[in-house]
Design a protein around this ligand. Structure first.
Ligand code: ASP
Ligand code: MG
Length: 495
């Protein structure tokens, strides 16, 4: 809880000229982000409502960031691609499915007739606008889908959900107001993966959100979307609502950010791979950033830095078990003995050549191929060379999907066959990268030693110590991946 916060309450008609300086003692601001799985059904929305009603009593200011209903962004992007190939029936069918899904949610919610009919009109209007954009894509022949248009279409999901949630709050005597992210989050013009401009966003927050909070309004802001300074809609990468939430928390100087989803918190490893996985009680900002980077799908990898900058406490909680503490992320004191907190696994592509030499051409070729097959860029995870051999390992982003590795490997083989002779001789293979995460791993060789000892009998193809000082990655053959994960994870469970 902040001891003292200074709020500028803008009372001028033309903003920027006159402020009332309000010094609020013991004012606390909580930002809560609700992901797709916590807004998709009436049961989830009932949970959301009771959480907001409860937290209202404990915090002076509440702000919500919401994602689109589960799966909606995928469908919208699919519609955009269908429009690109002029499949009118395809994108119309998607619009109809989205309409039915949102309309039936509105039907099932306990809403007054006025709220309900306004929402129904909003749903129709937003989906008509989406169809309009699809139509103009379909009628304008071009080789690739224009990313500006794709962003406008993808943004519809959050616009729909924010309106529904704000109406639900109003129905329950809370002053919920749906706010479009384009009015507050100002970003670069990199459509599909825009980066927020903190200073411009802070200014918008001061103009639009602070006066609302001062009047007891709960803004329900669309996650994922923003706008360029000239007002063009952008999106901040898949899972971008987390990023919106973290940037707005920073600009509001929030005390805490809580991310609500349908999992119990950050886990020691993926429970679908290893059922003994447990919830981690506490992590440092560095640890959680590495976890997100090395494959834990639950958080957007760029969302940690803004929180770390201002020491905003982050909690990951399950919307169905609000009384459980979940995982807390904050600056750690460094007093506790170092230990391994989590182990992740991510897919990669390995390239090997029976010779040494420059790696730039092959790196470019892999990145281009990955981008063409999946729309994502690869990260070079590790490269090593000896007198007679070269080895390169690329991480395939989780957002590229599970089949990405096979797709890329086949596409790469094909391209290497046709490529210029300078690239001849490279062979491609899928790889797995297993990463152990724990603060200050690098200064405790005994811990690193335990990690290696746990890998008894497994052939290590490559190794990387993360520059964050809290990760150690080993590259192994995919058939050894599960054993590697299991053996390393046993260390994370032992205290
Ligand atoms: N709805 C967007 C997505 O599915 C953003 C988010 O959920 O965070 O990627
Ligand atoms: Mg997410």
């Amino acid at each position: 809880m902040a001891l003292c916060r200074i709020c500028y309450n803008d009372t001028s008609e033309n903003s920027g000229s006159r402020y009332i300086l309000r010094v609020a003692w013991f004012m606390s601001t909580l930002v809560m982000k609700f992901g797709g799985s916590s807004v998709g059904t009436t049961i989830a929305l009932t949970q959301l409502l009771s959480i907001v009603l409860h937290e209202r009593r404990h915090h002076d200011n509440l702000l919500l960031i919401v994602s689109a209903l589960d799966g909606v962004t995928d469908m919208l992007l699919e519609a955009a691609h269908l429009a690109q190939v002029n499949n009118q029936r395809g994108y119309r069918r998607i619009a109809a499915t989205l309409r039915t899904r949102h309309m039936s949610l509105v039907e099932q919610l306990p809403l007054g007739s006025q709220e309900r009919s306004t929402l129904q009109a909003d749903i129709d209007r937003l989906l008509f606008e989406m169809l309009d954009v699809c139509q103009s894509i379909a009628h304008t022949p071009s080789i690739a889908l224009p990313p500006e248009a794709s962003d406008v279409i993808a943004a519809v999901g959050e616009r729909l959900s924010a309106r529904i949630i704000a109406a639900l709050l109003r129905q329950n005597d809370l002053r919920g107001v749906a706010i479009d992210g384009t009015d507050v989050v100002i970003t670069s013009a990199v459509h599909g993966n825009a980066a927020p401009d903190i200073e411009l966003t802070r200014e918008r927050v001061r103009q639009h959100l602070l006066p609302m909070l001062a009047s007891n309004i709960i803004p329900v802001v669309t996650g994922f979307i923003g706008a360029t300074p000239r007002g063009k809609t952008t999106t901040m990468g898949r899972g971008g609502s987390d990023y919106s939430a973290s940037v707005l928390s920073l600009c509001l100087a929030a005390d805490e950010l809580w991310i609500w989803s349908d999992v119990d918190g950050m886990m020691t490893t993926d429970p679908r791979e290893i059922e003994e996985a447990r919830v981690i009680e506490e992590l440092s900002y560095n640890e959680v950033a590495e976890l997100a980077y090395f494959g834990a799908r639950i958080l957007h990898s760029r969302m940690i830095q803004p929180l770390k900058e201002r020491s905003i406490v982050l909690r990951i909680k399950n919307v169905y078990k609000p009384q459980q503490p979940g995982t807390v992320i904050r600056h750690t004191t460094g007093d506790s003995p170092p230990r391994l907190k989590a182990v992740t696994m991510i897919q990669g592509i390995g390239l090997m050549a029976e010779r040494s030499g420059a790696l730039a051409d092959i790196t470019r070729l892999v990145d281009e191929t990955l981008f063409q097959t999946s729309g994502s860029h690869a990260d070079v995870m590790l490269s090593s060379q000896s007198s007679a051999r070269s080895f390169l390992c690329f991480i395939v982003p989780t957002s590229a999907g599970l089949e990405a590795v096979d797709m890329i490997r086949n596409a790469l083989r094909q391209r290497l066959l046709n490529a210029d002779p300078a690239l001849a001789g490279w062979t491609v293979q899928p790889l797995s990268v297993v990463t152990a995460i724990g603060e200050n791993l690098d200064t405790f060789p005994a811990l690193t030693g335990q990690v290696f000892a746990a890998l008894h009998g497994i052939r290590i193809l490559g190794l990387a110590q993360g520059p964050s000082r809290c990760s150690l990655s080993v590259v192994v053959d995919p058939q050894d991946a599960e054993a590697t994960l299991r053996q390393m994870h046993a260390l994370a469970l032992s205290r």
